[in-house]
Design a binder for this molecule. Structure first.
Ligand code: SF4
Length: 339
């Protein structure tokens, strides 16, 4: 057990966790909604510090982050647990593990030094805190991110965006990029399908942007749940008006998973419609994901429309940008983290 950050002590030995927007009030001996933070003796502890359930070397494009050191490798780690309970979760075996297996928390013992060392010897340029929600293993992510940054590595979260501003404040100096799932633009979707709320995600997104962290958005489009054109248009408008037209929007194809087995795979036509809605609203960079070989997996210059990064799935076939992200055809500096 590792002492948790961002909690308050309350009467009757209860604690209030302020790491994510559930703000769980946890009685003595109990855990928060994420299932990996426990009140022991009136103090909050992380049960997953250094208990790594997944550890892989991935292309950064897999996160997906398309404007962040393209073509580089990212050392990717996770613990079990999640603060959301999305019925379509693509990684439910690990994200929901404590819920599915009576609170059990498996994982291999690793230190921040082990992770940084692993990243360096495998030639990774960054560490990704991913697969499950990094907020719930925040203490380990923070210690690792500090060490990684001191050794010239970058840090990336792949997140549901449910962390609080206080959590962002703790890590913002070490966090260089984040991909946030914007799962829907309807409160009812978040409440029914994810057991969470939409509005804190929108606030956190705006705050991440204000903090100068590179942000990309992913929306998994589920037939009949969040594919209504008016909802997609509202989402695209939010991204443009609140986060900026330069914020990449990844439109991802849904495959039936976990408790959502009754929905079909997203038709390509739906993804294309969403793509054109985003374009009509003025977003510069829109990518259709989980559909290999489509022409929207490449990056085009928003000024001259020249093809500047050519991809095949998660792999870069050609990158014509210079070290500062400038287009070779017109000189426009594309937005992103390029070095
Ligand atoms: S991190 Fe876990 S314990 Fe803390 S508020 Fe979120 S769900 Fe509750």
């Amino acid at each position: 057990m590792f002492p948790a950050v961002l909690f308050e002590r309350l009467d009757d030995n209860k604690v209030k966790c302020n790491l994510c927007n559930h703000h769980c009030i946890i009685p003595l001996g109990k855990r928060g909604i994420c299932g990996v933070r426990e009140n022991q003796g009136g103090h909050l502890f992380s049960l997953v510090y250094g208990k790594i359930i997944a550890e892989n070397v991935d292309p950064i494009e897999k996160k997906p982050l398309y404007h962040f050191l393209p073509g580089s490798l990212s050392y990717s780690i996770a613990t079990v647990g999640c603060n959301l309970q999305c019925s379509f979760c693509q990684n439910y075996e690990i994200s929901q593990y404590p819920r599915l297996f009576e609170g059990e928390i498996p994982g291999k013992r690793r230190s921040p030094e082990d992770i940084v060392q692993g990243a360096k010897i495998t030639g990774c340029k960054s560490i990704s805190y991913t697969y499950t929600e990094p907020t719930i293993f925040f203490e380990f992510a923070l210690d690792t991110a500090k060490l990684a940054a001191s050794q010239g590595l970058k840090n990336v979260f792949v997140s549901n965006g449910y962390m609080t501003k206080e959590a962002v404040d703790l890590i913002k100096s070490y966090l260089h990029g984040i991909n946030v799932d914007l799962k829907s633009f309807r409160e009812s979707f978040y409440q029914k399908i994810c057991k969470a709320k939409l509005s804190p995600v929108l606030e956190t997104l705006k705050y991440l942007k204000r903090c100068g962290i590179w942000v990309e958005i992913t929306t998994l489009i589920i037939p009949g749940e969040n594919d209504d054109p008016s909802e997609l248009r509202e989402m695209a408008r939010f991204i443009k008006n609140e986060l900026g037209a330069e914020t990449p929007w990844h439109l991802s194809r849904f495959f039936p998973r976990f408790r959502m087995l009754d929905k079909p795979i997203t038709p390509l036509e739906t993804l294309q419609k969403a793509y054109y809605i985003g374009k009509e609203e003025g977003l510069y960079y829109i990518y259709i994901g989980n559909v290999p070989g489509n022409e929207t997996e490449h990056t085009y210059c928003p000024k001259c429309q020249g093809l500047v990064i050519k991809r095949e799935g998660f792999f870069i076939v050609e990158n014509k940008l210079d070290a500062d992200g400038a287009c070779p055809f017109c000189g426009y500096r594309l937005e992103g983290v390029w070095r």
